[in-house]
Design a binder for this molecule. Structure first.
Ligand code: ATP
Ligand code: MG
Length: 556
């Protein structure tokens, strides 16, 4: 997808290049915290950071901001790398971890202590909060604020040695308790945590706060443009203070508005809750807004990258409609997906003027949008399944599909006419009995008959069963974040509908691979799920069709 005008970050970068800043070098990073799977909002940030350096011939690091061992896990470290690669981006040999910088960050802390710019505080978090004041009212100093450098060095050393309990002491910067920016009111730099870290094990029991690690990590890596979301704007003075006091490389922080998507939650904390409480089956449940979920649902990397381009980059917060994402995937799959026929709610149709042993191979276009896509064979006999909603005993006016005495075309096959029906003892329809028009074969129709609709079908004698999972939006309200009570009360109860026994044409049984996309004619785009087995294939619905098949393709 072509992007027309430069966005504001590109303008900044082009100006920096013109002015020869950092010798024209452009270096960005994507800095996830490994405390969950990546979601579509992260995809926007990934496309932005890697996209910029592709455009301006720079480099992008992947850096795990792994400063909180309590919530982080290797499972997330691995899934994040897999997802970024799948999206089509490459950090080459530049995979870094903030935890690799723990020794250096510790030295930075010592440096601040020695210069009288940091102190060990014995107050607990409630006491610190109570003294912090409010934006209009200055904070009050901790009674420990004026400890000597020697005392602070000794206590910080003892913190590191594990002499104190969690919460008993912290290291705080000594900045400005009257600053209107609350982040400048002696923020905590280090806290004590005895949880083992997924990379450094039990080597450390003091951990730098994110704010004390992030900017310094950027500096260590020589990041020229440190791009983050708007909520970090008021952390910037603090980051600048650290860089200035420690005399480090000045990365330029640029904030942009995060991606919000309707009918979705994006906070990792909430997504984790959905997984832990079994509201969804896993992080890659196809209803999740995670990249893994989208991949399993049948989204392509191209569609997500195109979506990221379409939503653009700005500083104004807004909510993007889910339909834009659906447009992006439909647009991509329309060009790529093989067309097949699948009947979700089957009803038997018997052709009474064909012999019982009739069997015919029909050629079906794989993709009318792509002449090179070829054809596949679909077998046709005297028995097929059609969609039960394509037949009505007593049709309302303007119902153009099959009903007693009426004709339709079976897609890619013949025109059939409903002669009568066979009923079950309970009065439901057992079999629709039709005659077929012998000279009406698709591609060679000499019947002169005009039918009002074309319906899909599968051969009852060669088809197989498949499980088909239909998905709808996970929440029934547009903004689940902005509701009374628990966000989980707003889950859409129909977000997953499972059809255990859909009928699939034989070709689909033999052709599929996990993740491969198809268009099920008139139903939408689907892909084979990883739950598929020899015994039963499982398909996920990716997205519906924009125009129903009937409007767009009612010709043959
Ligand atoms: P969340 O708040 O959703 O849990 P986070 O910001 O805590 O996410 P990080 O792992 O810190 O998650 O994010 C890594 C990067 O992705 C950061 O640079 C962050 O700004 C960016 N990012 C996170 N969410 C979004 C979003 N919705 N839109 C754009 N960028 C995002
Ligand atoms: Mg974060």
């Amino acid at each position: 997808m072509e992007q027309k005008n430069n966005h504001f970050i590109e303008e900044i970068i082009e100006q920096d290049i013109r002015e020869g800043k950092h010798g024209g070098r452009i270096h960005t990073r994507f800095p996830p915290e490994p405390n969950g799977y990546l979601h579509i909002g992260h995809a926007k940030s990934i496309c932005l950071n890697f996209g910029l350096t592709q455009k301006y011939n720079g480099k992008t690091n992947l850096r795990f901001d792994d400063t909180n061992p309590v919530t982080e896990d290797v499972e997330f470290v691995e899934s994040i790398q897999e997802d970024i690669k799948w999206l089509g981006f490459d950090w080459e040999d530049r995979l870094y971890y903030a935890s690799d910088y723990f020794p250096q960050l510790y030295e930075f802390a010592l440096q601040l202590i020695k210069e009288g710019k940091a102190y060990v505080d014995d107050l607990n978090s409630e006491e610190v909060a109570a003294l912090k004041g409010s934006p209009t009212e200055p904070g009050k100093p901790s009674p420990y604020r004026d400890r000597t450098v020697e005392e602070n060095l000794k206590l910080f050393q003892e913190m590191k040695e594990g002499k104190y309990k969690e919460g008993e002491k912290t290291l705080r910067a000594k900045i400005d308790l009257a600053s209107p920016n609350m982040h400048m009111r002696d923020p905590i730099l280090y806290r004590i945590l005895f949880t083992p870290h997924h990379r450094t094990g039990t080597q450390w029991c003091i951990y730098p706060m994110y704010d004390f690690a992030h900017g310094q990590s950027d500096a260590i890596e020589g990041i020229t443009h440190s791009i983050c979301t708007l909520e970090f704007e008021n952390h910037r003075p603090l980051y600048d203070w650290f860089i200035h006091e420690l005399k480090l490389f000045p990365s330029r922080q640029i904030e942009f508005a995060r991606l919000n998507l309707s009918y979705t939650v994006m906070s990792k904390r909430k997504l984790l809750q959905l997984v832990k409480e079994n509201i969804v089956s896993s992080w890659d449940d196809p209803r999740m807004p995670s990249i893994a979920g989208f991949r399993r649902r049948g989204y392509t990397p191209e569609s997500i990258r195109n979506f990221a381009t379409m939503v653009g980059v700005a500083r104004r917060e807004n909510v993007i409609d889910l339909s834009l994402l659906e447009f992006a995937i439909r647009d991509d799959l329309n060009k790529k997906a093989t067309r097949v026929m699948v009947v979700l709610h089957p009803i038997l149709l018997k052709i009474i003027n064909l012999p019982e042993d009739h069997r015919e191979d029909l050629e079906i276009d794989n993709n009318p949008e792509d002449e090179t896509a070829g054809k596949h064979i679909m077998s046709f006999s005297n028995m097929c399944y059609i969609e039960s909603e394509d037949f009505m005993m007593q049709p309302p006016p303007k119902y153009h599909r099959l009903s007693p005495g009426e004709m339709v075309r079976l897609k890619g096959a013949y025109i059939v006419k409903c002669e009568s029906v066979e009923l079950n003892t309970d009065g439901s329809i057992k079999t629709i009995l039709c005659s077929y028009v012998a000279n009406s074969k698709s591609g060679n129709d000499q019947s002169g008959i005009k039918v009002k609709s074309v319906i899909h079908w599968v051969d009852a004698k060669s088809c197989s069963d498949a499980e088909v999972r239909l998905y709808d939006r996970l929440f029934r309200v547009e903004d689940p974040n902005d509701q009374q009570g628990d966000f989980k009360d707003y889950i859409n109860p129909d977000s997953l509908i499972t059809i255990p026994n859909a009928k699939i044409e034989n070709f689909l049984k033999t052709d599929t691979a996990i993740g491969k996309s198809y268009q099920f004619l008139r139903h939408g785009y689907f892909c084979m799920d990883r739950d598929s087995s020899e015994a039963k294939v499982v398909f996920n619905k990716t997205v519906g069709l924009k125009d129903s098949y009937q409007k767009s393709n009612a010709k043959n």
